[in-house]
Design a protein around this ligand. Structure first.
Ligand code: F6R
Length: 619
């Protein structure tokens, strides 16, 4: 939610504005309601900003070029306070002379009272944003202190809420100052140049050396230095790390969209997440988990918290974790968990799932779990992000950067990581689950090749999707681990194709949803593997017959060799045979491809769907 870039360095390899525009292009997935840039131009600040996507800002800069300069900040916005207009676009100027420019990600909760006070002192506002309040506060503090770092420190003392702020001042060429509270900001360490970004994608084209910042810290970068202090003024140190992917990973690489690329990348996302997790004897080792084995053995309850697609990964994982560990496992939307009174204690393991590691709802829920004394583990795809830092331990997924707003490869990587954690707990605790660990690990290692097989069979799914471009409603049915896949299939279609879609538990059909079935209604059915216990396969085949009898058009996802579905399916989409608990890693793929192809057939921007942003850093 909002992408932020800052740069200071030499002008010889293109100007600061080129570097910042490149960073904004890589961060545009974080928000695309408007974009803007501020650079130093002699002893003034030059600002260009435009509502709409980055392409509009590019046109504005082409029409009114920016001067070569060493210092720039840029912003791509997901609107919160104030509509997506030119005026509300960042950067905002601060002070009576407008010699300061500031950009912001997050929400300043007390902006209204601050604004009233500023207006009373004669400050006039040119936007409806909360951000402009921060710009004026920093500018006023600069008037008193003459130092941008100190001015930032003085200003943040008045702010409540979540924010990342970057500021430049016409008096201080070669300096960008940033501050963060509950909102992402990382430093890129270059040679003779330094960078700031909402995530490393902002500067990955220039350096893979990065530095994490802690909560409530202020960073000041010049071309040759990076210094960090706490909001209380005490010196602090960032934690340097190497980014293990390069600029090519954040490019489309010949695919028509990032989403298509990321769908195709899923065999690697699963394979890389499994990599290096077992010792020579085939025992699982999760070295990153910094929680003692003893504490993990004593866990009596597991709660998985997440939002959106990540929560569906958690729902899939629940079936497996309970089966292997016999520990009760709940899955809850993070924003619901946070504001009720959950029964959680020191023997509760709270697992948060987050691709970005920055989702504010999930972050707040993790903090709540920490306050309640739970053990907290983050399963996360983004190194250096906030949720892992706020958790007792982290297990990273290795899906690589996910740029498309609709999550695909991170989802399969999250399920894989949850399975690793579940198996690890089973191994530690002994019992029947421990005996299954090696076999499940072997089965998991077969999954990347099986996903390849599914991907190789998608021609017919694409044809169906194109044929259905005008469809107004699609239903999804699943049972057991197929139920969260039905929910995820529906979410994909809603968010990128803007089609009404709903997922149901197949067993729930007769309790209401079957009333929606009318002649021609398309229904995807995710059929459990015939090996699923309790005859669930047969029950779902009966459900297909029931909806078909009422005129539904049945699009059936079934395992190879499952011929029972054939008489009742208008279309059969095949996935390779696989153990029931691992099937979601395969059955989700046709639904992702279907949504992506259908949205493309409608001429929509699949990577940047309307009203959404990749990283939801406000509650
Ligand atoms: C949907 C999607 C979202 C995210 C959700 C949580 O395709 O991407 O539903 O899954 O916003 O995001 P993370 O995983 O970054 O916490």
């Amino acid at each position: 939610m909002c992408g932020i870039v800052g740069y200071v360095g030499p002008t010889q390899n293109g100007t600061a504005s080129d570097v910042v525009m490149e960073g904004l292009a890589r961060l545009e997935y974080r928000g695309y309601d408007s974009a803007g840039i501020a650079t130093l131009d002699g002893d003034t600040v030059a600002i260009r900003k435009r509502s709409g996507k980055l392409i509009n800002l590019r046109a504005e800069i082409d029409a009114h070029p920016l001067p070569p300069t060493t210092t720039a900040i840029g912003h791509t916005r997901w609107a919160t306070h104030g509509g997506p207009t030119d005026n509300n676009a960042h950067p905002h100027r601060g002070g009576f002379d407008g010699r300061l420019a500031l950009i912001h990600n997050g929400i300043i909760e007390n902006f209204h009272s601050l604004k009233t006070r500023l207006v009373d002192t004669g400050v006039s506002f040119s936007s409806e944003t909360d951000t402009e309040v921060a710009a004026h506060l920093v500018a006023a503090a600069y008037e008193r202190t003459g130092d941008l770092t100190e001015a930032m420190r003085a200003a943040v003392a008045h702010l409540e809420g979540a924010f990342t702020l970057l500021a430049i001042h016409a008096d201080q060429p070669g300096v960008v100052v940033g501050a963060r509270r509950n909102s992402p900001l990382v430093v890129g360490l270059g040679e003779g140049a330094n960078y700031l970004g909402s995530d490393v994608a902002a500067f990955i084209g220039h350096t893979r050396e990065a530095m994490e910042l802690g909560q409530d810290q202020i960073v000041t970068i010049t071309p040759t230095s990076v210094s960090v202090i706490g909001f209380d003024g005490t010196p602090a140190e960032g934690k340097a790390y190497h980014v293990d992917w390069d600029a090519a990973a954040a490019e489309k690489g010949g695919f028509p969209s990032f989403m298509e690329k990321e769908i195709q990348d899923q065999p690697h996302a699963v394979g890389d997440t499994l990599l290096g997790r077992t010792d020579a004897q085939g025992r699982l080792m999760l070295d990153e988990l910094r929680i003692s084995e003893e504490s993990l053995r004593e866990v009596t309850k597991i709660v998985i918290i997440a939002c959106g697609t990540s929560s569906y990964a958690g729902m899939v994982a629940k079936y497996a974790i309970e089966h292997w560990t016999r520990i009760p496992c709940e899955v809850e939307l993070a924003h619901e968990f946070r504001y009720r009174d959950p029964v959680v204690d020191q023997r509760t393991l709270v697992i948060s799932l987050s691709q970005s590691g920055e989702t504010m709802d999930t972050l707040m829920a993790v903090k709540h779990a920490n306050e309640l004394g739970a053990l907290t583990v983050a399963i996360c795809n983004t190194h250096g992000s906030t949720i892992p830092r706020e958790s007792d331990a982290v297990l990273y997924t290795h899906a690589g950067p996910e740029i498309a707003v609709a999550s695909t490869k991170a989802f399969v990587a999250q399920i894989t990581a949850c399975y690793l954690l579940g198996l690890y707990l089973a191994q530690l605790r002994g019992g029947a689950g421990a005996g299954q660990v090696q076999q499940v690990m072997r089965d998991l290692h077969d999954i990347p090749a099986k996903i390849e097989t599914v991907l190789g069979r998608m021609d017919r799914v694409r044809e169906i999707a194109r044929f259905m471009a005008d469809t107004r409603s699609v239903l999804f049915l699943g049972r057991h681990v197929g139920f969260p896949i039905a929910l995820e299939g529906a979410l994909k279609l809603k968010e990128i194709a803007y089609i009404h879609a709903e997922g149901f538990a197949a067993g729930e059909l007769k309790h209401g949803p079957i009333a929606l079935i009318e002649p021609g209604q398309p229904v995807f059915v995710i059929v459990p593997s015939p090996q699923t216990p309790h005859d669930l396969h047969a029950k779902v085949v009966s459900n297909i017959q029931e909806i078909r009898a009422r005129g539904a058009r049945t699009l059936v996802i079934a395992h190879d060799g499952d011929d029972d579905v054939v008489p009742f399916a208008d279309e059969v989409i095949r996935v390779p045979e696989c153990p029931p608990l691992l099937a979601p890693l395969l059955t989700i793929v046709p639904l992702q491809v279907f949504a992506c192809e259908l949205a493309s057939a409608k001429g929509l921007d699949v990577d940047q769907p309307r009203n959404l942003a990749k990283s939801v850093t406000v509650e």
